[in-house]
Design a protein around this ligand. Structure first.
Ligand code: AMP
Ligand code: MG
Length: 328
């Protein structure tokens, strides 16, 4: 599937036939982004209260910037002791380490020191010196994050190590919200956690959900493509989401853990389609780091659906996902 236009990825934007809903959909700033849920006719104040309370709870556990989060407690204890954590944090870190193993470290939730050093998305974003970068990079290694099921603890074995769950926590949160929707017998809903989309249930008219994937070159412009799907998570990682520019160079917020430098591959954006939003989130970040060729091979071997928009404006998909994609 080839297209010669300057189509780049983006954040999925959903187009849904909005039916009369009993209450307006709700949005709020949580998890460092705008989170919204639309449960259409099944939406109620009590439902939205439950959903957003859960989101805030997960944020309070997984946030790398909130000094009171459980994650910050683990980071503060790096090199000193294991910290017993909630089932939420244990589950997310365990899943993150599994994805690290499967991606040979392209996804690495111990990337915290590198994320902090570069400060991309903050007012102190800068290109660090080689010495600083090497010092931060040497602290990144998922194999030095040790879990113990016995006391539900997490231990970062070296001082200065730090977890960062920015590449996976929104996916976990989306799965958790889907669980709440299921428990409330909601028939259909769209969860959008800053571009981590969960399409829940089936549309009332029986047609597939449709998600627009942004053009990475022009995220606010016409989408690059439209993806049709049943109930699933759709998660895009793209360099245009958060980045900074210096001296004519462009630095995205996703790092190659092996170099400590923002990933510079031929992937402009990658969209993963999966029944687990957590896995879709983690793998989309990893695929951005791996580059199209390696990522596609890995996705095929794991049976993960992915749509790549490459540097050279080529759109490619895994498996039979091509039949669900309409290019603009
Ligand atoms: P996403 O937007 O889901 O691709 O995640 C990007 C976020 O994940 C960044 O803002 C960092 O917080 C974190 N991150 C960056 N690089 C990596 C990496 N290689 N592995 C895991 N997390 C990462
Ligand atoms: Mg991710």
């Amino acid at each position: 599937m080839r297209r010669g236009f300057l189509f780049f990825v983006l954040v999925p934007v959903f187009f849904v036939a909005c039916r009369k809903s009993s209450i307006m959909p709700r949005s709020a700033d949580v998890l460092g982004t705008v989170c919204s849920v639309n449960a259409f006719a099944d939406g109620s104040a009590a439902l939205y209260d439950a959903l957003f309370a859960r989101l805030r709870q997960i944020d309070g556990i997984c946030s790398a910037t909130d000094a009171h989060s459980e994650l910050s407690a683990v980071n503060r204890a790096a090199g000193e002791r294991a910290v017993s954590v909630s089932g939420d944090l244990f589950f997310v870190v365990q899943a993150a380490l599994r994805v690290s193993q499967l991606t040979d470290g392209a996804f690495d939730c111990t990337v915290g020191p590198v994320v902090s050093l570069w400060g991309i998305g903050t007012d102190h974003a800068h290109v660090p010196s080689d010495h600083e970068r090497e010092a931060a990079r040497s602290l990144v290694d998922w194999r030095d994050c040790v879990l113990s099921e016995r006391d539900s603890s997490v231990f970062l074995t070296r001082k200065g190590m730090a977890l960062d769950l920015g590449g996976i926590a929104k996916g976990y949160a989306a799965d958790e919200l889907a669980g709440i929707l299921r428990a409330h017998n909601v028939r259909r809903a769209v969860i959008d956690l800053g571009g981590t989309i969960y399409l829940f249930g089936a549309k009332a008219d029986g047609t597939p959900w449709r998600v627009a994937v942004r053009n990475p070159d022009c995220p606010q412009g016409e989408p690059a493509l439209m993806l049709a799907a049943g109930e699933c998570a759709v998660v895009t990682s793209g360099g245009y989401e958060r980045y900074f520019e210096q001296d004519g160079r462009w630095y995205p917020h996703i790092f190659d853990p092996r170099t400590g430098v923002p990933a510079q591959t031929d992937v402009r954006s990658v969209t993963v389609v999966h029944h687990s939003a957590l896995l879709a989130d983690a793998f989309s970040t990893a695929f951005f780091v791996l580059g199209c060729e390696k990522a596609r091979l890995l996705a095929e071997s794991l049976g993960i659906g992915a749509v790549f928009i490459a540097e050279n404006h080529v759109v490619s998909t895994t498996g039979d996902l091509a039949q669900n994609v309409v290019l603009f």
